[in-house]
Design a binder for this molecule. Sequence first.
Ligand code: PLP
Length: 384
Amino acid sequence: MSKIYMDHSATTPVDPEVVRVMLGALTDSFGNPSSIHGYGNQARLAIEKARKQIALLIGASPDEIVFTSGGTESDNMAIIGAAHTYQSRGRHIITSKIEHHAVLDAFKHLERQGYETSYLPVNRSGQVDIETVAQAIRPDTILISIMHANNEIGTIEPIGEIGKLARSQGIVFHTDAVQTVGRIPVDVKALNADVLSLSGHKFYGPKGIGALYIRSGIKPAPLFYGGGQERTWRSGTENVPGIVGLGQAAEMALNNMSERSAHLQELAQALNNRILNEIPQAYLTGHPRNRLPGHTSFVFLGVEGAAMLVFLDSEGIAVSGGSACTSNSFDPSHVLTALGLTKDAAHSSLRVTFGKDNTYADIDRLMEVLPGIIERQRLLWNLM
Ligand code: PLP
């Protein structure tokens, strides 16, 4: 049975060209970047090349990029680090209810340390309203963290406006751009971001590597102490193969972005049309237009989402419900319930996220099996 992968918001396959440069880093550039000799120098040069590639992708300057172990670490460093540094100005921090757990749990951690937190609601499409942000700001607010695009529903947030508001009030603004960097144009200046998180495995790079953009002048405290690598922002011998792979993935994402994005948008549109026309009681979740290219998410009332995923997997089709990171849990998705969906509706979700190598034939295959799976489940549900 041939297999079809349509879960690119969870992770993407590593591009063969990225693998090639990573192999070079594992074999040729194996030196410790902190060593004085030629081996060290070669590894150091490879890191600096990658730093430039990442900076170019997001409109930053290379010295504003710090390599981390991925999106989770970047989010934690941005939030916990900024809260720590700026606590003398106040201890109130703001985020939204639909953030990734890497952000929400960092906020919970700070709450336990005595910080006061505000979790902003979103509308039915999953967007944070700028007025709601303005009303939540207090004289002691030191940090606002709102994601650029949501992983479960694909909705893109009005980050430029929120960043502008934060900047005008002297509040540090962080955005989790893990779902957008490498997929849509991201410009840290246009977004008015002070700190921005990104992760390699969302755009055909390796897992376990990411970066944090830190605008010049902003100083989140480091999470790790030790050898003082990354200009003391992030101690620990650098993951040179990962960093080199991240840089290569960034360069390729930049060169291919408009072409890939058009392809993804067409696939998503085609699947939307078919699902909404061919499956009764199917609803799109998230914003109908302002969303990540290639991202579709639905609820099918009267269907158990987890069972649907298992049946699709047995047909060789890999998709997800909600996000991969929460799919081990039986709690309804915090994102879907924040949109106002009932627990049952939140349990009936399906997310199909396309990648550069998907085709219309993949949609045909999905639509050959999905309506039957849903119909059988609804029949069962009615018998219970
Ligand atoms: N933030 C968002 C929006 C994500 O989608 C993810 C991963 O799913 C993360 C953060 C965590 O990134 P990583 O897997 O690189 O730790």
